[in-house]
Ligand binder design. Structure first.
Ligand code: ACO
Length: 323
């Protein structure tokens, strides 16, 4: 028996408003055919101007707590992964903590762009295993459409808003019982200029822009993600064939397919939500996990591999025996 981080619940939330590719084609020179063939994206959700990342995160967290059958009193660590925080400071996690009615434990943000959830899992696992917390809420909450320059068709079509949350607790378990098995995170800051955002996610500011060298990002993504998945399997002494569900960061269907091909993973083991959520950055993996659990794909005992790459460049993966 050892003290490990165990998944207790998962939840998600996307704003009601949907922007289809056809809607975008009315405001910029693009087409449904171009967007679908390059990215697999059909639509994305967009929050109203008055909404902040914490608002999305709170609803996702409430859904995850309900799914776990737990309440906020059981949580002594709140981590929010976001590139679109409510404020420069305090942390969006502090705002979420207050909105959830909690005033105990610790709360802070993680900034690792689209890899935020994967980084957050690594951090939260370590804190639970080492006794720094007993119950954790990890939230990915993003208002990516606020960072878009709607004149730049090469990035404006790729992103959406949403939030996902996972509840974990520290439990003494046997090696083969459900728990977070291992995490792997990497960064190569020399590639910052391939993918970065300037300006504010505040709806009133309207000064934000995502700068992306799409082809270069694509090339690095397939290589780095495949490396992360294979390294993590090696660390855990497992093989690709052991994976029950592959839950990738939902940036682009072509990247996801490219990685699956490279590591030899059958398409039917991949959870895909990029078609209806687009790229929701740090929220994309918990949103995809939530859908896969809700529709009965991921079940207790399944071996789940997540992965992400994003600005930094940062990347990584999590290997979880689901509860
Ligand atoms: N609609 C129509 N045409 C467009 C659009 C659009 N929305 N955007 C660009 N084009 C045009 C370009 O202007 C260019 O035209 P030209 O040949 O006349 O100059 C043409 O399409 C090809 O442009 P490319 O940028 O070369 O297109 P590419 O095939 O590389 O696809 C894409 C672009 C989809 C961005 C691709 O590079 C990609 O998937 N990159 C990965 C980026 C990504 O997913 N980033 C997300 C964040 S990182 C992450 O989360 C992993």
């Amino acid at each position: 028996m050892a003290r490990k981080a165990q998944v207790r619940g998962i939840g998600g939330y996307v704003p009601d408003k949907v922007l289809s590719n056809a809607d975008l084609a009315e405001i910029m020179d693009t087409s449904d055919e171009w967007i679908v063939s390059r990215s697999g994206i059909h639509q994305r959700h967009q929050a109203e101007d008055s909404v902040m990342a914490s608002d999305l995160g709170v609803i996702a967290a409430q859904n995850a707590l309900a799914h776990a059958g737990m309440n906020i009193a059981d949580i002594d660590l709140i981590v929010v992964a976001t590139s679109t925080p409510d404020f420069a400071f305090p942390a969006t996690a502090s705002v979420v903590q207050h909105k959830l009615g909690s005033s105990h434990g610790a709360a802070f943000d993680v900034q690792a762009a689209c890899s935020g959830f994967v980084y957050g899992m690594s951090l939260v696992t370590a804190m639970l295993e080492t006794g720094q917390a007993n119950g954790a809420l990890l939230i990915g909450a993003e208002l990516m459409t606020r960072l878009l320059d709607w004149q730049d068709r090469s990035t404006a079509v790729l992103f959406g808003d949403g939030a996902g949350a996972i509840v974990l607790s520290a439990e003494d378990v046997d090696a083969d019982a459900p728990h977070v098995i291992k995490n792997y995170i990497r960064s190569e800051g020399q590639f910052t200029d391939l993918l970065y955002a300037t300006g504010s996610a505040n709806a009133a500011a309207k000064d934000a822009k995502i700068h992306m060298q799409g082809r270069e990002v694509y090339r690095h993504a397939v290589t780095n993600i495949a490396e992360a998945v294979c390294t993590l399997l090696e660390m855990a002494e497992l093989e690709v064939g052991d994976i029950d569900w592959f839950v990738p960061h939902q940036a682009n269907k072509r990247i996801i397919d490219g990685v699956a091909r490279k590591i030899g993973l059958p398409a039917e083991k991949t959870i895909l939500t990029v078609d209806h959520h687009a790229n929701t950055s740090a929220a994309s993996i918990p949103l995809a996990l939530n859908e896969a659990v809700q529709n009965g794909q991921i079940n207790a005992g399944d071996l789940v591999m997540t992965e992400a790459m994003g600005g930094g460049l940062s990347w990584g993966a999590n290997l979880i025996r689901w509860s």
